[in-house]
Design a binder for this molecule. Structure first.
Ligand code: S3P
Ligand code: PEP
Length: 439
């Protein structure tokens, strides 16, 4: 689907969709915790649905309720023995979701009943190394990397796992989510710098809601290179909290906050926890640094335009904020340097290239550096055609940039927003955005 968004400021208030990062983690824990878990999760998305599909293929029963999901665990996850016995050799369809693949792979290895992981789009090309090698070193038998289906056999052993901190935090989260299934101590040692660290903390936070203690301490190994070590010991596996709320999604709300900074009288997003474990709530601090006016509330926040000026932004802990931040930087006076973003090359698209291409297509000025972007701001952009490159965050970035364009913005492949935010264009309309589908 190609759409054209008319120039014009957005204004008003929307409710944030449910956090996809929290939903993946809560669904996986619930699928292996004895008893029924009710997850309050107001919306779903293609990525969340991919995790649901994988858990159902293993034997969990997940139903959509009025408020979210009811999860009945994989057979065998009972209060007495709690030894899951999933469907053997299940096909786990991860769709295009990197989180689903990187979380379900260690989980499938820990279950030890064989599985076949499949996926689409850019997913088969997205890296698994060195998680792959660590899994093999601990008893998993995996078909060659880089091709799907990825066949899983063998059974993972507990113990000490070592990973670098600069490829994907999803590797660490996947091992932590698999650890309670092993019933013996698991230690994940991650060499610094540990990028996307808030996502690992979010995993620990959700595991703790399911009765699993996760500790983290800093180590200084003989090599002199610092490391963080996460320890999980869950001899009794997971315990369902009965019900759990999935918070609003700060990563997706960030597009509306960017629209507020680029607009006329501001945009508010409600349904966001100001104390959320999601690292992307730092969007507010970053927009303040760029000169926007931020008003926090217990329910979320509102952002109004200010005198926007360039800044240096280190995004190593919040890579998903780059598209909305780049949109604001493109309209801020002076130069913005985004650093700590090398990993953006490994997302749904090579996001350093696709953000740059999108800004240039709309008349902005941006260039890729070794670990990020340099953006020179303009007060107004021209408008034009952006290829979303099958990347939801590029489509949403282009849509909010229409606020500062002189002529319309056409987005090719705009439907990819469904990956994390199927209601995005409806919410755009409710904020006064005018758009139509192209024939
Ligand atoms: O664990 C998660 O939920 C995520 C971790 C991050 O990935 P990396 O750790 O690979 O940067 C982030 O970009 C992704 O959208 C979601
Ligand atoms: C990179 C993302 O997700 P995933 O890695 O789960 O595909 C994203 O949502 O921007």
């Amino acid at each position: 689907m190609n759409i054209t968004v008319q120039p014009g400021a957005l204004t008003g208030e929307v409710r944030a969709p449910a956090s996809k990062s929290e939903a993946h983690r809560a669904l996986i824990c619930a699928a292996f915790a004895p008893g029924t878990t009710d997850l309050a999760c107001s919306t779903t998305s293609a990525d969340i649905d991919a995790t649901v599909r994988c858990l159902e293929a293993l034997g969990a029963r997940v139903t959509r309720t009025r408020v979210g999901f009811r999860v009945r665990p994989v057979p065998g996850s009972s209060a007495t023995d709690n030894v899951p016995s999933p469907h053997a050799n299940a096909t786990l369809d991860c769709g295009e979701s990197g989180s689903t693949l990187r979380f379900m792979l260690p989980v499938a290895c820990a279950l030890g009943t064989g599985a076949s992981l499949v996926g689409r789009g850019r997913l088969p090309e997205r890296p698994l190394s060195p998680l792959y090698e660590e899994l093999v070193a601990h008893g998993a038998e995996l078909s060659p990397q880089g091709q799907m289906p990825l066949e899983v056999a063998g059974r993972l052993r507990p113990g000490r796992y070592e990973l670098p901190g600069n490829v994907s935090s999803q590797y660490v989260s996947g091992l932590l989510l698999a650890a309670p299934l092993l019933r013996a101590p698991v230690e994940v040692v991650v060499t610094e710098p540990v990028e996307s660290r808030p996502y690992i903390d979010l995993t620990a936070y959700v595991l703790e809601r399911f009765g699993v203690e996760v500790t983290c301490e800093r180590r200084m190994p003989d090599s002199g290179r610092g490391a963080l070590a996460w320890d999980v010991c869950a001899p009794n596996g997971l315990t369902s909290p009965g019900s759990l709320e999935v918070g609003g999604d700060w990563s997706n709300a960030a597009f509306w906050f960017a629209a507020g900074a680029l607009g006329a009288s501001g945009v508010a997003v409600r349904g966001l926890d100001p104390r959320s474990a999601q690292g992307d709530r730092r969007i507010l601090a970053a927009l303040s640094l760029l000169g926007a006016h931020v008003l926090r509330s217990p329910e979320g926040a509102a952002v109004r335009p200010g005198r926007l000026r360039g800044a240096t932004l280190d995004v190593s802990d919040c890579p998903d904020l780059v598209p909305p931040l780049a949109a604001v930087a493109a309209c801020a006076e002076g130069t913005t340097r985004i650093c700590g973003a090398a990993r953006l090359r490994l997302k749904e698209s090579d996001r350093l290239e696709t953000v740059t291409a999108a800004l240039r297509a709309l008349g902005g000025s941006a260039a890729v550096t070794d670990d990020g972007l340099v953006i020179d701001g303009r007060t107004q952009l021209s408008g034009g055609t952006v290829d979303a490159a099958n990347d939801h965050r590029i489509a949403m970035m282009a849509a909010v940039l229409a606020a500062r364009c002189a002529s319309p913005v056409t987005i090719l492949g705009a439907e990819c927003a469904d990956k994390s935010y199927p209601r995005f264009y409806e919410d755009l309309t409710s904020l006064g955005g005018a758009w139509q589908k192209e024939a």
